[in-house]
Design a protein around this ligand. Structure first.
Ligand SMILES: C[S@@+](CC[C@H](N)C(=O)[O-])C[C@H]1O[C@@H](n2cnc3c(N)ncnc32)[C@H](O)[C@@H]1O
Length: 217
């Protein structure tokens, strides 16, 4: 597998204190979406929308500078070029948009949940879009990067929208305790299944894990 691991940035704080009940079911869903043809459908879309609409009012409590550092680390040490268009998948209330604005010229922040999007700030250089990431209203080859911070991987749709040599950036802010999580090898394998030739780089930043897959052509 064309995957290189960079040295981790060691944790300076205790590990997130979650039990398997907090994340295992969602991790299974994340894997089905990434690998199975029928992993995503109308019923699951409905349930996921309801879940995140309900979580929207308190989602801002998960923000803060500490939670942005893994994304900044991924974009910097992962060698993502400056400029261009990033599509932020599952952008929620926009608490992860700032590091993307520091790197890219324009960010399209996409979310399924109207509740989440209604609480996202309106910012220059950011377009908010209510859409399903499995069917993005974007042109083929239009994105320089698809960024998933704690968000699902839909490899077929990302392959359609990403330009040649573009990146898929996958960040899990609580590492293997993140509910929407795939280990680096699975991120690469899910993308490679659809994209063909790729190379990838991964690292840990404190308790978070990130993986960046670059398509070859
Ligand atoms: C765990 S939250 C992450 C929010 C934000 N990225 C963060 O880290 O704070 C996942 C987000 O993905 C959105 N989402 C789930 N499935 C989606 C889909 N198929 N298309 C677009 N957004 C989706 C949810 O509504 C939710 O806002």
């Amino acid at each position: 597998m064309p995957l290189t691991f960079l040295p981790p940035v060691p944790p300076s704080a205790p590990a997130p204190n979650r039990g398997p009940d907090d994340y295992l079911t969602m991790q299974q869903v994340t894997e089905e979406i990434a690998f199975e043809r029928d992993g995503w459908g109308a019923e699951r879309r409905h349930k996921v929308t309801e879940l995140f609409d309900a979580l929207a009012p308190e989602w801002h409590t998960r923000g803060g500078e500490d939670r942005l550092r893994p994304t900044r680390d991924a974009l910097a040490r992962g060698g993502v070029p400056d400029g261009g268009l990033a599509v932020e998948i599952g952008s929620g209330t926009g608490i992860q948009t700032q590091p993307l604005l520091e790197k890219f010229e324009h960010v399209v922040s996409v979310d399924l949940s109207a509740g989440m999007l209604s609480l996202a700030p309106r910012r220059e250089r950011v377009s908010l879009m209510r859409a399903d990431a499995c069917e993005l209203p974007l042109s083929p080859g239009s994105a320089d990067a698809i960024v998933c911070v704690n968000a699902y991987l839909f490899p077929t749709e990302y392959a359609r929208v990403l330009r040649p040599h573009g990146r898929v950036v996958f960040v899990s802010t609580s590492g293997a305790q993140t509910p929407i999580y795939l280990p680096p090898e699975k991120v690469v394998s899910a993308v490679e299944n659809v994209f063909g030739e790729v190379h990838a780089i991964s690292s840990a930043y404190e308790w978070s894990v990130w993986t960046i897959v670059t398509r070859s052509a």
